[in-house]
Design a binder for this molecule. Structure first.
Ligand code: SIN
Ligand code: FE2
Length: 202
């Protein structure tokens, strides 16, 4: 069976919980605006990002790292909303809260190439990454620990949670495409994805 069997929790959040979470995330984004990171190849990503929590994931001059401050405002990231921490407590099986809630915004045509979440340090890899999807559905692709291996895909809908732990923690994954405008949670379309990470730089 698949690497991540059992780790996809469709419909984990009901509509009211999704709406409440979006409202909390809008407040985060007002303080910590979405930015379009530029990869090491000098190409702007199609996804726009910000973070909440003690640390945020950034690309700085082509280097991927965690930072205590927003790259444009220079201010600390806002706290992770309570509703998001509640999901972590329910599904992560991890005794400590996450250090980072990376917020990815997918507008029309945005996607995310296959990658690993591999900047959290060896001790950080022991904890799962928990992902929450809100808004338009998207095709999520997951492979194994090596680039170029077999992959599988699943559609993630608004309210779905995915737990990437154990052998899936360092697996390649990405978003092939978002079915822009097919959901009805976010007026005007688009998709928000949260990934919660424990970060313990080596
Ligand atoms: C990510 O890998 O950072 C995002 C995954 C997703 O958007 O579902
Ligand atoms: Fe990722």
């Amino acid at each position: 069976m698949s690497l991540w069997a059992g780790s996809h929790r469709p419909g984990f959040l009901d509509r009211a919980a999704q709406e409440a979470m979006v409202a909390e995330l809008r407040a985060v984004i007002r303080v910590a605006p979405l930015v379009r990171p530029v990869t090491g190849w000098g190409r702007p990503m199609s996804v726009r990002m910000t973070s909440a929590g003690r640390l945020g994931w950034v690309i700085e001059r082509g280097r991927y790292r965690y930072s205590a401050v927003h790259p444009e405002t220079g201010k600390p990231w806002p706290p992770i909303p309570d509703s998001v921490l509640a999901v972590w407590r329910q599904v992560s099986g991890w005794p400590e809260p996450p250090d980072c809630c990376l917020i990815n915004w997918y507008g029309e045509g945005a996607r995310m190439g296959l990658h690993r979440d591999a900047d959290e340090g060896e001790a950080g890899f022991a904890a799962p990454v928990v992902s929450v999807s809100l808004g338009d559905p998207a095709r999520f692709r997951m492979g194994g620990p090596a680039r170029g291996g077999p992959t599988e895909s699943v559609i993630l809908h608004s309210g779905d949670v995915v737990v990437m732990g154990g052998p899936a923690r360092l697996a390649y994954h990405g978003i092939d495409r978002v079915m822009f405008g097919e959901g009805d949670l976010l007026p005007g379309g688009g998709r928000l994805n949260l990934t919660l990470r424990v970060v313990r730089p080596d």
